[in-house]
Write a protein that binds this ligand. Structure first.
Ligand code: CMP
Length: 140
């Protein structure tokens, strides 16, 4: 499998908990390289656009409110098979189902406040990266 990029967000529960560095250490140990990263306060419009695919879901409002409740860290991670490697190390969406050693097992509070987001495909990774980074901000 070739080297890929994926998009990652360290969510408000994790930034408030001061766990950004600990989560990055888990990513790096899994072979992922942080090739772009910035801490931002997401706007409501940014969050609604980013999660537009979930706009009809009952938890959409709650999800948007949570994502703008505190700073997040948006990232581009690079590595062999990065989309899958990142999803494996994040753990299951619901932390109650997350495997030992995963970010969500260690840090997440609930299915809503689940510490990290990761792209689910290479195509979506490219779309998500483009929402937050310009090409010259990504340095491999
Ligand atoms: P994420 O990978 O960022 O993509 C969509 C998010 O919706 C997901 O992580 C969860 O944080 C959130 N989510 C999914 N299911 C629920 C739910 N039942 N209640 C609240 N939030 C949810």
């Amino acid at each position: 499998m070739a080297v890929q990029c994926t998009f990652s967000i360290i969510k408000p529960d994790a930034t408030i908990g001061n766990n950004t560095g600990a989560i990055n250490a888990i990513f790096e140990k899994a072979g992922l390289r942080i090739v772009a990263q910035k801490r931002i306060q997401m706007s409501q419009a940014q969050a609604e656009t980013f999660y537009a695919v979930h706009s009809e879901r009952p938890f959409f409002g709650e999800l948007v409110e949570f994502m703008i409740s505190a700073p997040v860290v948006v990232q581009v991670l690079e590595g062999e098979n990065a989309v899958l490697a990142h999803r494996e190390v994040m753990g299951a969406t619901n932390p109650a189902e997350a495997a030992d050693g995963t970010v969500r097992k260690e840090f997440a509070k609930s299915i809503g406040e689940n510490s990290v987001h990761g792209s689910d495909s290479e195509e979506n990774a490219a779309l998500e990266i483009a929402q937050f980074f310009s090409g010259n901000e990504i340095v491999g």
